[in-house]
Each structure stands twice: as C-alpha cells, then as structure tokens.
Design a protein around this ligand. Structure first.
Ligand SMILES: Cc1cc2nc3c(=O)[nH]c(=O)nc-3n(C[C@H](O)[C@H](O)[C@H](O)COP(=O)(O)O)c2cc1C
Length: 174
C-alpha cells in the first residue's frame, strides 16, 4: 500500500514532526504548498497540520480540492493547547469532520500532538495576538485561569525543544 505525508506548517514545528514521521516510516513527505500529482494514486494519505485559531491550517482547502479521492486518510493536528484535554481534541475532531463532509476520503484516525511557540520567529500579527493572549492570562490569578490559558503561559514561557518522541504512539499505528 503506498502512502504519502502532507504537512501544513507556518513556523516549522509541524514540518519537523512530518519529516521525522516520514524518515521513520519511509513515507514520502510534501508540503501542502507542493502536493505532487502522484497524490491521486496514493492509497493512504497522512495529513499533518498546525492548528491556528482552532482549525488545522490548510486542511479545509485540501479536503475541498481532493474531495473526489477515496483514499484512506489519517489526520494529525499540532497545537499549543494540551492535546490530551477532551474539550480540545473534540473541537478539532468536529472541525476535521466538518471539512470532510463532502469528501470521499475514508477517515481512519485523528491524532493530536503537542506543538510549541517559537516567539522569535512569529510574524507581526501573530506576535501581537500571542502577546495579547499571554498578557491577558498573566493578569489573572492562578485560580481564575482556565486550562487553555495555563497552556498559553506554559507555551509562551517554555524554551524547551520540540519533543519528537511525542510521535512514538502514532508510529505504531501508521
Ligand atoms: C496566531 C496563533 C494562533 C494559534 N492558535 C492555536 C489554537 O487555536 N489552538 C492550538 O492548539 N494552538 C494554536 N497555536 C499554536 C500553534 O498551533 C503551535 O505553535 C504550532 O506548533 C505551530 O506549528 P507550526 O510551527 O508548524 O506552524 C497558535 C499559534 C499562533 C501563533
């Protein structure tokens, strides 16, 4: 069965996950900006995309463009909010299914990975938004913070590298 990984990434986190997955599983990897025609003959597509404003970037467009394909599809999201929290993954699942409503893909699975914020790289508008979210959260006392606000503070203040071992549980299933 031939497979292909398509990634959508603005600042590189998702691209790193996609390339690691591709190397480990020996699957070709392409950006969603450069999808080759061979996609049309691919049995199984793995779409891995970063979440921006609650949606997997580029996924809706991808699903619309290739709606007639009946290949198997696995979707992996990468976001700063804790992907293990039910409210977060339920929202993403809903948005993925909404995008696939008119598509023929056979959705196999959806996985969720922890992303990270690279503050130095952020472009102007994104920086303003992230700074506003962070400052708004920091003004609150710990007991007033909701879980996503805690995640924003954690992502903003963390300087740790991306943990590629997050992929381990997915590697077994792809
Ligand atoms: C402007 C902006 C909006 C974001 N919105 C969300 C969001 O709604 N949910 C989430 O989990 N992460 C959100 N993130 C975090 C990104 O998904 C995270 O930084 C991810 O690792 C970025 O991947 P990339 O480097 O491949 O673009 C946002 C980040 C930025 C800069």
């Amino acid at each position: 069965m031939n497979k292909m990984i398509i990634y959508s990434s603005k600042y590189g986190t998702t691209e790193k996950y996609a390339k690691e997955l591709g190397t480990k599983k020996k699957i070709p990897v392409y950006s969603n900006q450069e999808i080759p025609d061979t996609l049309l003959q691919t049995d199984e597509i793995i779409f891995i995309g970063a979440i921006y404003m609650g949606k997997i970037s580029g996924f809706e467009k991808f699903a619309k463009k290739y709606y007639s394909l009946a290949s198997k599809l696995t979707v992996i999201s990468v976001g700063m909010y804790n992907p293990k929290r039910k409210s977060n993954y339920k929202d993403i699942e809903k948005s993925v299914k909404a995008s696939l409503q008119k598509a023929n893909f056979l959705l196999e699975d959806i996985f969720y990975l922890q992303g990270r914020l690279d503050l130095e790289q952020l472009r102007f508008k994104d920086k303003i938004l992230v700074n506003a979210l962070y400052k708004g959260s920091k003004k609150k006392s710990t007991s007033e913070l909701n879980e996503n606000e805690m995640d924003i503070i954690e992502a903003y203040e963390s300087s740790s590298e991306l943990d590629l071992s997050e992929l381990d549980s997915i590697l077994e299933k792809i």
